[in-house]
Design a protein around this ligand. Structure first.
Ligand SMILES: Cc1cc2nc3c(=O)[nH]c(=O)nc-3n(C[C@H](O)[C@H](O)[C@H](O)COP(=O)(O)OP(=O)(O)OC[C@H]3O[C@@H](n4cnc5c(N)ncnc54)[C@H](O)[C@@H]3O)c2cc1C
Length: 483
């Protein structure tokens, strides 16, 4: 029998690559992670992008999905140095006249501010929050018949709706409509598309159940804690190794790719069966992201107090304004008034900036691969709700959708979700299959966000891909909830 250097080699050290490595190592297998860059973490890196002493998250900044992840939540990452910080308000949404809609821990308190929609809000969210553990175990992975059918149905029938029809059905209050739009627009889809309610519901349920934490020291701390756990389990990580061809992979029983279809096609090209190659080449990528990091002389002077207590802000105004921004992006237009996701970590984490100074992180969506400079439009939108903001800027760093792909080849044209997450590609990513992680090459798997359940720092793609490999190759049935 052929001897192998490792049981499993994982290509890429994003949250999913590291999650796959931890899963395999927890099953007592020998594991090697290869990372192209000199730092690990993929979308979980932090660095001094602007000025010395200002620590910025290059990609992800806020972690409702990590806090709620049935996988990450069960890892002892705190023992490996990770410390979560919970801002008093998960997310705030500034509106005209210093008004705000806010997602708070309490469903009742959140609903109270929503006027005539108070009862509807409570009726929607109370059962979903109560049943979240069951719902999560059914939906955050490959498509299958749910274990908890009534709970999954209750969630699914709402989640499948477009945000547009959801608010039409349940909300009439402007604040409730805007709040929902800000959440749904994380999907990077026009708000009249089916399933745009899903991400809104997931994020809002997390706000009420696990919160929207930020990691002390930046997202790099999550990667560092995951690395520490891999090393403690006997695994290895090697940096500065960019895989270009299959021959470079050390011999192993399983290979898991934390890469998207475009790179896998490049690495394997003719070695893939025709049908699979055709399927991968039809895989669709979505809009890109234009991001700014600022070093600030003081906190952002939002008019509304609740905005100054929130970790995350959705800046873009009413439901209609946000819907227009996302519609334009989808149709290849850089919006004049973009919808912005903004995080202000240094308000809650003093390690992010020199004393008295602050950092802020914000991005908007743009057409895939766009080079349009959105700096002024983003800053104008913030100034609209925080007059004087521009005067606080000491330094800034910008990155366009095209530049994101140069930074990390997984962000094709600046798509941060590893591919469009619409109805056709939410579960059937990267190919329509009940085992979408498995490649048609013995021992080969995809574990990136181009597999279910898609983008975000939750590690569920890596966990499920590793479980698939464990079952197929090693006959090991691994379940994190039983550890
Ligand atoms: C601007 C931005 C903001 C975001 N904000 C959030 C947020 O606040 N919260 C959230 O949950 N998510 C957020 N995300 C999304 C999240 O970061 C991604 O969905 C997540 O990182 C995807 O994880 P992954 O493991 O699939 O891939 P990645 O994190 O992309 O990791 C892939 C890794 O593979 C490496 N690699 C690539 N090619 C090769 C190769 N050939 N050989 C070896 N290594 C290779 C890369 O260097 C990288 O380290 C954001 C992303 C961006 C870009």
């Amino acid at each position: 029998m052929m001897s192998h250097e490792y049981d499993a080699v994982i290509i890429g050290s994003g949250p999913n690559g590291l999650a796959a490595a931890i899963t395999m190592a927890m099953a007592e297998l020998s594991v090697l992670v290869l990372e192209a860059k000199d730092t690990i973490g993929g979308g979980m890196r932090s660095a001094e992008l602007t000025e010395p002493g200002f620590i910025h998250d290059i990609c992800s900044a806020v972690h409702p999905l990590a806090a709620a992840s049935p996988f990450l939540r069960r890892l002892p990452l705190e023992k490996h140095g990770l410390q979560w910080i919970y801002p008093p308000i998960a997310a705030a949404h500034p509106l005209e006249n210093a008004d705000t809609a806010a997602l708070k821990q309490s469903i009742q308190t959140t609903a109270k501010a929503l006027g005539e929609d108070r009862e509807a809000y409570i009726r929607i969210f109370e059962p979903l929050v109560n049943d979240w553990e069951k719902i999560a175990s059914d939906i955050l992975g490959p498509l299958r018949i749910p274990y908890y059918i009534p709970e999954a149905l209750r969630f699914g029938l709402k989640a499948i709706q477009s945000a547009d029809s959801f608010v039409g059905r349940y909300f009439s209050n402007e604040k409730a409509r805007a709040l929902f739009a800000g959440m749904a627009a994380h999907s990077m889809l026009p708000l009249d598309k089916a399933i745009t309610s899903a991400i809104a519901l997931v994020l809002m349920i997390q706000g009420h159940s696990h919160g929207w934490p930020i990691p002390k020291g930046g997202s790099q701390s999550i990667a560092n804690a995951m690395e520490s756990m891999i090393l403690s389990l006997g695994g290895k990580i090697e940096r500065n190794i960019k895989l270009e061809s299959p021959g470079e992979i050390p011999s192993s029983k399983a290979v898991l790719f934390d890469l998207t279809p475009k790179q896998i096609l490049k690495i394997y090209n003719d070695a893939l069966p025709d049908r699979y190659r055709r399927q991968l080449s039809k895989y669709r990528y979505g809009p890109g992201t234009f991001k700014i990091d600022w070093a600030l002389s003081e906190a952002i002077p939002f008019k509304a107090e609740e905005c100054r207590e929130a970790g995350t802000l959705h800046v873009g105004g009413s439901f209609e304004e946000i819907a227009k921004s996302e519609e334009q992006v989808w149709h290849g237009i850089a919006p004049e008034k973009p919808y912005i996701i903004l995080v202000q970590p240094s308000l809650f984490d003093s390690t992010r900036a020199p004393e008295g100074r602050h950092t802020a992180w914000a991005y908007c969506h743009l057409p895939n691969g766009s080079e349009t400079d959105m700096t002024d439009r983003i800053q104008d939108q913030i100034e609209r709700f925080a007059p004087g903001f521009k005067d606080t800027i000491i330094a800034k760093h910008t990155i366009s959708p095209a530049a994101f792909e140069s930074y990390n080849p997984n962000y094709i044209g600046g798509d941060i979700n590893g591919g469009v997450q619409d109805l056709g590609q939410l579960f059937f990513r990267p190919v329509p299959s009940l085992s979408p992680y498995r490649m048609p090459l013995k021992g080969h798997y995809i574990c990136s966000s181009s597999t279910p359940p898609g983008g975000g720092v939750h590690g569920m793609c890596g966990y499920h891909a590793a479980r698939r490999a464990l079952k197929d190759i090693f006959d090991i049935h691994f379940d994190i909830s039983k550890t």
